[in-house]
Design a binder for this molecule. Structure first.
Ligand SMILES: Nc1nc2c(ncn2[C@@H]2O[C@H](COP(=O)(O)OP(=O)(O)OP(=O)(O)O)[C@@H](O)[C@H]2O)c(=O)[nH]1
Ligand SMILES: [Zn+2]
Length: 221
């Protein structure tokens, strides 16, 4: 059997778990053609870093890494505004809705090394509320791309503001950047906080309530 056929079989076998459910439709997460192309590049990378891509432990690594990379960037295939629109409900609730401690895993666009932490997202409805799970879903849709933390924060805010048109949106992200811990400046405990607000959250009282609800970490306590 040729090595090309063997590689195709490896990819086929790996396709079994290549689908995720996004809540309302099943979509292909992995693209076989892209996996094949990416794997070729990763084989070259393995050679360039001084490894032997044909040794047993590394034989399937290029396909595995390709699969991981497609997963880590699958946000490009998602439309966050559509995700929100799919579960908007008319409701007269006018108080703050806060989803806090949403795990965030993203990759910095400068080094393609992970940054990770938590997002806290709040809005004040203006006639419509949104299905709660859709908030972490849009966080993921933007996080699973090459990002900077600042843009990630603003994109989440703008998506909610433009789609739901609430009385205000607040987004805070606290994250650790592995490009600052495992390389570069090598600071192990530094945490970066970014925030963005619209509408009612620009006012001191509402913003203070939001900060109180997400905890005192932002005050350095
Ligand atoms: N503002 C911002 N900077 C980031 C983010 N992720 C990584 N960076 C920074 O991007 C910068 C890239 O700077 P460069 O000087 O071009 O790259 P570098 O030589 O690898 O820099 P060092 O990390 O300082 O070694 C670094 O300061 C990183 O800390 C992010 O989400 N937001
Ligand atoms: Zn980085």
């Amino acid at each position: 059997m040729s090595s090309e056929i063997v590689k195709d079989m490896i990819i086929e076998n790996m396709m079994d778990d290549y689908e995720i459910k996004d809540g309302y439709q099943k979509r292909d997460l992995y693209n076989q053609k892209t996996i094949k192309k990416l794997a070729g590049h990763y084989r070259e990378i393995l050679k360039l870093i001084g490894e032997d891509p044909t040794r047993e432990g590394l034989e399937k690594t290029p396909e595995r890494v390709s699969k991981a990379m497609q997963f880590l960037t699958h946000g490009y295939d998602l439309n966050p505004e559509d995700i929100l629109r799919s579960a908007m409900f008319k409701e007269d609730y006018k108080q703050m809705v806060l989803v806090k401690d949403i795990e965030v895993y993203s990759m910095c666009e400068h080094h393609m090394i992970p940054f990770f932490g938590r997002a806290h997202v709040a809005y004040i409805p203006n006639g419509y509320i949104v299905g709660l799970s859709k908030i972490p879903r849009i966080v993921d849709a933007f996080a699973r791309r090459l990002q900077v933390q600042e843009r990630l924060t603003t994109q989440i805010k703008e998506c909610i503001q433009n789609t739901l048109k609430p009385l205000g949106v607040a987004v805070v992200i606290e994250a650790q950047h592995m490009c600052m811990s495992m390389r570069g400046i090598q600071k192990q405990n530094s945490v970066t906080t970014t925030s963005d607000f619209t509408g009612a959250f620009l006012g001191e009282k509402t913003r203070a309530e939001f900060i109180h609800l997400i905890g005192s970490r932002l005050h350095g306590n």
